[in-house]
Write a new protein. Sequence first.
Length: 49
Amino acid sequence: MKAQRPYPTITITPKGERALLGGHPWVYDAEITAQSGPIADGAIADVLS
C-alpha cells in the first residue's frame, strides 16, 4: 500500500524541467502547465514533467 503524499502536484514544461535539473531552485509560474489545486507562493509541491 502506498502512502498519500500531503503535497499538491504541478506539471511543468520541458523548459522548466531543464531549469530544475540544471539546479534552479524554483519554478516560474509561466512554466507550470497544470496543478492539482490552488498553491500558495513558496509552498512545497510534487513536480511532474
